[in-house]
Design a binder for this molecule. Structure first.
Ligand code: NDP
Length: 458
């Protein structure tokens, strides 16, 4: 059976759904093809269930703090992963229902099954052929399973979020977003965690202050950090996995190991030109190498973040079916790592900003937050502003500490509007908050770059 559409989208994740709904709202006949559940990684296997597990893990600290504030809690609280998993399954099913309803109400036809691009303008799904002058690839990414020999035997974050019981001990391989977030959570949920990553600090690409804060926070949560040490190979043993290291380090056995060594675009078999690593190559207008085929989101492996995929999807639909073409500005993408406490950033790291040749004023502060200082906690909140010395413009804001993603999201608006340090300075503080420290930073910590050396002004 053949059907005619204006747009056929492959992949009903955040990006594909956003693009399809916007295109339909602009009058296009749209079909969206999905081989798994509607909702994609973010809603079903990523951001949403991950954050729900982070909320669960956060109670571990809250119980301890509550005692310091005078609460009498009898007995040791215990976490029931089966309870959480059932509640999570119900919530993701509800959200899938919402996505299906929104697509239906927008007039988008959901076609269940694995779609392949059979020829220009033709998508095959099972026995059905969908014809469209425009095809959008929004197929996302999946965990890498060949980064280390034997790693295919490990669990992935998808598996973790479906566990009914947690292991007593676990190794986490990798030092990126997923590794840092899940190591922090598992440690709170009572798992003895060992984290192995190949760099000196986790979270490559983030500002050095945040990377150091991440390592400190993980260590403070009891995570054993094996920096610069990843296994050469893994092998199955009775009751778990053996991690074999180079350089005479003893092998280590774990009952459960999380593979968090990255994700790979779902681009195989689409017939599109890809970069090394599988990212579909797109131009500024999100066109692939094949006429009539566009791509957005994680399958293009550029900024692998849900809001980017959604923004690209909507801009593309506007460009294809709206009155005027539109592009998304990806020059300042804010992001957060939902550790405990979390990290968040908008703008370049100090290292990246320095590489532009600019002279920079760096404003930094670190303090013990009121909530935990009250009970004698050692937790420290850190903040940094990177300011262009030439025109006083704030290039970046970085924070490690409670509520960092909420605070940085607000500052991202100021930075998008081109805020200068003087604008921060004339903003009155809201007291007592942690966020107020961002408008109270008066002393320059360092002046760096611009051809000169580093000078300490504080
Ligand atoms: P990342 O790319 O963030 O991290 C991958 C990690 O695996 C890095 O530490 C990398 O080391 C390491 N690694 C890669 N290959 C090997 C290898 N052969 N041996 C040892 N270590 C290896 O990927 P994630 O899987 O953590 O997350 C995927 C993407 O999903 C992220 O890039 C992010 O865009 C998105 N995401 C966003 C979240 C958020 O916004 N909060 C949360 C989770 C995911 P090295 O750094 O040395 O290369």
């Amino acid at each position: 059976m053949d059907s005619e559409f204006d747009l056929v989208t492959l992949g009903a994740g955040s990006g594909g759904v956003a693009a399809s709904r916007r295109a339909a709202a602009l009058g296009a006949r749209v079909a969206i093809v999905e081989g798994r559940r509607v909702g994609g990684t973010c809603v079903l296997r990523g951001c949403v269930p991950k954050k729900l597990l982070m909320y669960a893990a956060g109670y571990a600290d809250a119980f301890g703090e509550a005692r310091g504030y005078g609460w009498q809690l009898d007995g040791e609280p215990r976490f029931d992963m089966a309870h959480w998993a059932a509640a999570k399954a119900a919530e993701t099913a509800r959200l899938e229902g919402v996505y299906r309803r929104l697509l239906g109400e927008s007039g988008v036809e959901i076609v269940e099954g694995q779609g392949t691009i059979e020829a220009p303008g033709v998508v095959a799904v099972g026995g059905r052929r969908l014809r469209a002058r425009r095809i959008l690839v929004a197929t996302g990414a999946a965990p890498v399973t060949d980064s280390i020999p034997g790693i295919e035997a490990c669990a992935t974050s998808d598996d973790l979020l479906d566990l009914r019981a947690l292991p007593a001990r676990a190794a986490v391989l990798g030092g990126g977003y997923i590794a840092a977030e899940f190591a922090a959570m598992l440690a709170r949920l009572g798992v003895a965690v060992t984290m192995c990553y190949r760099a000196e600090q986790p979270l490559r690409g983030f500002d050095a202050m945040l990377r150091e804060a991440a390592a400190e926070a993980l260590a403070a949560a009891g995570v054993e950090l094996l920096a610069g040490r990843v296994p050469r190979a893994l092998s199955r043993i009775d009751g778990g996995l053996r991690l074999e290291f180079d350089g005479g380090d003893a092998a280590r056995d774990f009952p459960w190991v999380l593979n968090a060594t990255g994700r790979r675009p779902n681009s195989a078999g689409l017939g599109l030109a890809t970069r090394q690593g599988g990212g579909v190559i797109v131009d500024d207008e999100l066109r692939t190498s094949v006429p009539g085929v566009w791509a957005i989101g994680d399958v293009t492996d550029r900024h692998n973040l849900t809001p980017v995929a959604i923004a690209e999807g909507r801009a593309l639909a506007d460009s294809l079916f709206g009155p005027a073409p539109r592009r998304v500005d990806l020059s300042r993408v804010a992001s957060a790592v939902f550790m405990i406490p979390p990290l968040a950033s908008v703008g370049p790291s100090e290292e990246q900003a320095l590489a532009t040749g600019r002279k920079l004023k760096i404003f930094e502060t670190a303090f013990r937050p009121m909530r935990t200082a009250f009970i004698g906690g050692a937790e420290r909140t850190r903040m940094k502003l990177i300011v262009d010395a030439a025109d006083d413009r704030v290039l970046a804001a970085h924070m490690a500490g409670a509520d960092a993603p909420e605070i940085i999201q607000g500052l991202a608006v100021a930075l998008s509007a081109g805020a200068r340090k003087a604008d921060f300075d004339r903003t009155l503080a809201m007291h007592p908050t942690a966020a107020e420290e961002f408008v109270l930073l008066r002393e320059v910590s360092r002046v760096v770059g611009g051809g000169g050396g580093s000078s300490s002004a504080a």
